[in-house]
Design a protein around this ligand. Structure first.
Ligand code: FES
Ligand code: FES
Length: 158
């Protein structure tokens, strides 16, 4: 099947990728753009490991067709930090020693950063709801929730 040209923005840079019409956004990001920080877990929308931002909203990229991202803004874990600094939620995850095996962490960070962009003063329930689609087999979530709570304070301080 002839490939299609996907034009979009990835991590603030214009991107043109050749994809099959049946390729997912996850495949476009990992295989065509070679951004392998986004992880593939279940491929059925259940684990959240593949979470990226599409126009600022978190999506399970395994459930989005690549061509649905045409002319839209995609942000992956590689684009969460700036040249100058980590995102506050990344800093807090390091400070709290959250990552264990690390497989879920890119997806959790993308969900948490989207939550804080929309709600910089989340309750614990808001935080747990914000990462409810991200499964972690290792951490038990306690440190994760504490780190996101701390990061929210830094986001509010600017
Ligand atoms: S790989 Fe997409 S939700 Fe699990
Ligand atoms: S740190 Fe291992 S799955 Fe979350």
């Amino acid at each position: 099947m002839p490939r299609m040209l996907l034009s979009c923005t990835i991590n603030g840079e214009p991107a043109e990728l050749l994809v099959q019409p049946y390729h997912t956004l996850l495949e476009a990001v990992r295989d065509a753009a070679r951004l392998t920080g986004t992880k593939e877990g279940c491929s059925t929308g259940d684990c959240g490991a593949c979470t990226v931002h599409l126009d600022g909203k978190p999506v399970a990229s395994c459930l989005v067709l690549a061509m649905q991202a045409r002319d839209r803004d995609v942000r992956t874990i590689e684009g969460l930090a700036t040249q100058a600094s980590l995102h506050p939620v990344q800093e807090a995850f390091v400070a709290h020693g959250v990552p264990q095996c690390g497989f879920c962490i890119p997806g959790v960070l993308m969900s948490a950063s989207a939550l804080l962009a929309e709600n910089p003063a989340p309750s614990e329930a808001d935080i747990r709801m914000g990462i409810a689609g991200n499964l972690c087999r290792c951490t038990g979530y306690t440190k994760m929730v504490a780190a996101i709570h701390e990061a929210a304070g830094k986001v509010r301080e600017g």
